[in-house]
Design a protein around this ligand. Structure first.
Ligand code: FE
Length: 134
């Protein structure tokens, strides 16, 4: 939003609304946030891949997932450099770094530098933005 970046996957709001649930649309396309401790992948540690719920791009693996206790799924890195995009976000009087799917521009969540592993990163992601695949 607000920048001219062209993503590979470009759809109108109406098209997205037809494909996504109301909650997914609100979060992925309108930068919403799910309520903490409510998402289906918060306490979920099966082995597999996490894909963008909007376009299917692989974003994270289960190996990078950890229990952050913050109420949302957390990962310490993206699956590969370039799959996640970063944007400065000054909403709500905070300075945060928003993370987006690089293929469709879908809002994923935010990344913080207080992660417990060697990367130091905590990718805090909405479950609604993800689709798990074994
Ligand atoms: Fe995507």
């Amino acid at each position: 939003m607000g920048n001219a970046k062209q993503y590979k996957i470009v759809k109108s709001d109406q098209e997205w609304q037809e494909e996504l649930s109301a909650e997914q649309f609100r979060i992925l396309r309108k930068k919403g946030t799910e309520r903490p401790f409510t998402g289906e992948y918060d306490y979920f540690f099966d082995k597999g891949y996490y894909l963008c719920a909007g376009c299917g791009q692989k974003l994270f693996t289960s190996e990078s997932k950890f229990d952050s206790g913050c109420g949302w799924p957390a990962f310490d890195r993206e699956i590969e450099k370039g799959t996640v995009e970063y944007e400065e976000d000054f909403a709500f009087g905070m300075r945060r770094t928003e993370i987006l799917c690089s293929n469709c521009g879908g809002h994923l969540g935010h990344v913080f530098d207080d992660g417990p592993t060697e990367t130091g990163n905590r990718f805090c992601v909405n479950s609604a933005s993800l689709k798990f695949e074994k």
